[in-house]
Ligand binder design. Structure first.
Ligand code: PMV
Length: 332
């Protein structure tokens, strides 16, 4: 007779984040250490809820939005859970149930919320108590941007110097009182073709612009944090769009070049710049996919959303206030 008992279960929620100063390039793939820092805003509207249950089966199980998942997704989750099991000296298998409140297939930033929620719920299920910094370092092993989703609001990630990754963690910029909302223009396209890890590595190995890109990041980080403090919108627009376009220029210059922009991305960029020229406080960024994210003060969010939903090729517009950090909902 087989027994299947659950000895511990924990549930956590985390939100996705979008970088204003981009992360593109690793100094170490095995430990997932970024080559430079980054700066992001956590978004309330995009969230992942994850439950981790210890069980006595021989294999880990993963359910994404209720459907069993295997292959690469399961292997990535299993390898991540090994990090927690190794620390507590356990060999217990887990069942992970994870669901997003946004369409994963659209290629929105799901790994950030997914691994921040998994780090929070997974560590709690195994009784592993971690400080926020340790949690950020753990989440980073799943995905670089997940280290930022451990915290809410504006968040700054540092790469540090340590070869073991112990200095590569995020911290909240809680002293900032600027409120920016996000308007996401979801392009009518399938999932992204080149994932961030593959895209970054290919860029690092073949792009002649990569060193220049990395050199730019540190000064962009300082300047962006200062512009957020000073609420200098024109400067923010210059810096945030500059970081995004430089990251994409680096990727485009790889051989063969990686092009994440599609026709709707360019139409949305034009629209944001036209709005700004007409006096709206708005600027854009684009991640490793075709969707544009506009940042704007709450009072102008409805106008920006209306303008972007009217853009050719934009299938859907999602608006979001700043979100909170990863949080444990329950344990049992
Ligand atoms: O965390 P990853 O491996 O999904 O990389 C994120 C890369 C970008 O989204 C393109 C930029 C960023 O800083 O979030």
């Amino acid at each position: 007779m087989t027994h299947c008992y659950i000895s511990a279960v924990a549930t956590a929620t985390a939100h996705a984040n979008i970088a204003l100063v981009k992360y593109w390039g690793k100094s170490q793939v095995a430990l997932n250490i970024p080559a430079a820092g980054s700066l992001s805003l956590t978004l309330e509207a995009l969230s992942t809820r994850t439950q981790v249950s210890l069980q006595d089966g021989a294999e880990d199980q993963l359910y994404l939005d209720g459907a069993p998942a295997e292959g690469r997704a399961l292997a990535r989750v299993s390898a991540f859970m090994d990090l927690i099991r190794d620390r507590v000296g356990s060999t217990a298998r887990v069942r992970v149930d994870s669901s997003n409140n946004f369409p994963t297939a659209a290629g929105l930033a799901s790994s950030a919320s997914a691994f921040a929620a998994l780090a929070r719920a997974g560590s709690a299920a195994f009784g592993l108590e971690l400080s926020p910094r340790e949690l950020s370092i753990l989440a980073r092993r799943g995905s670089g941007s997940a280290a930022r989703s451990v915290f809410g609001g504006f968040v700054r990630m540092q790469a540090g110097q340590a070869a073991d990754g112990s200095e590569a963690f995020a911290r909240p910029l809680s002293e900032l009182d600027l409120e920016l909302h996000a308007v996401i223009a979801v392009a009518a396209a399938g999932p992204k073709k080149v994932g961030s890890t593959d895209g970054m590595e290919h860029t690092r190995q073949t792009s002649p612009y990569h060193a220049a890109w990395l050199q730019q990041v540190e000064s962009d980080l300082e300047a962006t944090e200062a512009a957020l403090k000073e609420k200098d919108f024109d400067r923010l627009a210059e810096l945030v769009e500059g970081s995004c376009l430089a990251m994409h220029a680096d990727a485009m210059a790889a051989r063969p070049g990686i092009l994440y922009f599609q026709a709707p991305t360019l139409a949305a960029i034009e629209r944001v710049r036209a709005l700004r020229a007409a006096g709206t406080e708005v600027f854009f960024t684009v991640d490793a996919g075709p969707h544009l994210v506009a940042f704007t003060p709450p009072a102008q969010r409805a106008a920006v959303a209306a303008a972007l939903s009217d853009c050719p090729g934009v299938a859907e517009v999602i608006t979001s206030a700043p979100g909170a950090g990863a949080a444990l909902e329950s344990t049992g």
